[in-house]
Ligand binder design. Structure first.
Ligand code: PLP
Length: 261
């Protein structure tokens, strides 16, 4: 049986993040990838050189066209850019009967470019997090969404529980930004009372562009093909670790992770 996944995200012309990372990862993990583009970025390993958001109507039309014709097992969101696009996405998901949703709350690229307008974080909290089977912020994103500062594992857990209170069924706080820690540890909590830490060695590399997108795409692929959380989360952690360890050395800046399984 062919499982279908959808990514709602921005295009990265450099191919390391966004829609491109998501579709490559879906393919590697054996699920059929569909997409709704939210924005076009001109981008390479040195940074984001331009952002052109699409009309929210175009996002709705892409989503509705896919939902009208395919049985989509899991949907992920990445770069959504504006509160208008977020509202359009939420409406289309409601219309489609609330498919399993993975929210990667993409906000700022490593180089500092805003992939989500500042005022749109509130729409993310109000409109999308309540629909999420799982939300996957990194530390800065978790701090922004929950209004807390994260310095410890206890702070990560506090932020994760706040995300559950906002309506997400599960949260994974990715610890990769805590560079004071020797290991990279992600915290998983869910509304059923499970709590797990996925911990790995920290890999010294500059090729980490698109890690967040690739992690959440792998998680989406595992959920689409029938794995349950938190097993899917563990699989996604393993996939991203291998992807970072096998960097491709492309470009002069922060190169992409590879996407090969
Ligand atoms: N560009 C797009 C279109 C993205 O969706 C993302 C995802 O987070 C990024 C860039 C971020 O890339 P980086 O991993 O370099 O922060």
């Amino acid at each position: 049986m062919t499982h279908v996944a959808m990514t709602i995200a921005g295009s990265d012309s450099g191919g390391g993040a966004g829609i491109q990372a998501d579709l490559k990862t879906f393919q590697e993990l054996g699920v059929f990838g569909t997409s709704a583009l939210t924005a076009v970025t001109a981008q390479n390993t040195l940074g984001v050189h331009g952002v052109w958001p699409l009309d929210p109507e175009a996002v709705t039309a892409q989503m509705d066209a896919v939902f009208d014709d395919f049985r989509v097992s899991a949907v992920k969101t990445g770069m959504l850019f504006s509160s208008d696009i977020i509202r359009a996405v939420a409406r289309s998901l409601e219309k489609a009967g609330r498919p399993a949703l993975i929210v990667d709350p993409v906000m700022i690229a490593k180089g500092g470019a805003h992939l989500l307008q500042r005022e749109a974080a509130e729409a993310l909290v109000k409109e999308l997090i309540p629909l999420a089977a799982v939300v996957t912020p990194n530390i800065p994103e978790a701090e922004e969404l929950t209004g807390t500062e994260i310095h410890s594992e206890a702070d990560m857990e506090d932020a994760a529980r706040r995300l559950l209170r906002m309506g997400a069924r599960a949260a994974i706080i990715k610890g990769g930004h805590r560079t004071d820690e020797r290991r990279a540890s992600d915290l998983y909590v869910d509304a059923d009372g499970n709590r797990m830490i996925f911990s790995s060695e920290r890999i010294a590399t500059k090729d980490t562009h698109g890690t967040g997108c690739t992690f959440s795409a792998a998680l989406t692929a595992f959920l689409a093909s029938g794995k349950e959380l938190p097993e899917a989360a563990e699989g996604a952690k393993r996939f991203i670790l291998a992807a970072i360890a096998d960097g491709l050395g492309l470009g002069a800046g922060h190169g992409p992770t590879n996407h090969w399984a």
